[in-house]
Design a protein around this ligand. Sequence first.
Ligand SMILES: [Zn+2]
Length: 387
Amino acid sequence: MTMPISTDLVMFLLLVIAIACGWLLGRFQGKRSATLRMGRDVLPSIDFLLAENNDGALDRLLDVAEISDEAVDLYLNLGRIFRDKGQTEKAIQLHQNLFARTDLSEAAQLDVELELATDFLKAGLLDRAERLLHDLIQEEGHTQDQATRLLVQLYEEEQEWLSILELHKNSKLQDLPDITSRISQAACEYAFELFSKGSFLESHKYLKLALKVNPLCARANIIFAQIAASQNEPAEAIRCYLKALKQDNNAMLAVLPDMVKCFTQLEDFKGLDKQLETHWENNHAIEVLVTRVKLLAKQGKQQRGIEILLTELFQHPSNQGFFALVEMVVNEKAVLNSSQLMSVYDILRRIVETEYKYVCRSCGFKAIEHHWRCPSCKDWANLTATI
Ligand SMILES: [Zn+2]
């Protein structure tokens, strides 16, 4: 007796399932065709958008009720291309339209804000860029690091060192290695301004800050040294110069003339000679060697200077060093013995061997050996002798 009921029920259920399947299929297909339509209508290619020579085209494209993340990416790429091509007004228009929307995801909103700030920077609208970047560095989003870099860069270009230091003081800057070094440079710049105005104590305060932020900031110790030298304290200045060189031996060329002055003021030629000798041994900066032998000549030790130059240039041939050698021989009317002349010949031969003999007329590539095909620009038969 229960069989007919079960059959009806099964039939009924099958019917319901069939209708449901049909509805779902229809819905799926409808959705699919809608997506395809959206794909064609809303997301044209970048090439198409760039080829569109109509200012209203962007407004029309943005005039849609909802905008997907995919579309936001496309617009952001397009905006960057406009900006890179120097069409900043177009980039700003596009990004401002996007920025005004309320339907973007939080991440997309931040991306758009960063792009807009970058447009303003490029267009020289610094106040507007500054406002957006201030806003972005407060947001703990993926754009925070980049916004920090751009804001610091903006203040660097405007030489607003105090603005950078103020942000640092209020813990608004991200703890990034490049930012740390830029904060210490900002402190040094400001300290140097104060030093130039005669505010030595205030200057010291910012130099200490520079070293606190970045203990390897050699420039802070160089300014400490310059202040000491200006106060007629050569020994203290030397102490600071040497500290700076320990932090960064590349600073030598920047401090060499001033450091020589301080040693000379103290008549500590032995100490200076030792410093220059050690630095030359460790770094082989030819200017240091030349300074050393010139100082020896000034003290009447020309022969010693010539000996040092011949020995060192043989190991490290250089035009500048060779010039200093010849200059010393001429100025001092020095007479070289046959073994010394042989050394001079060897040094010159080694310098000539490392010189470029050919240059490419197309791209300026320099070569020691002849090439029929330029290794740089790949042009044929374009290498000519250097003059
Ligand atoms: Zn070339």
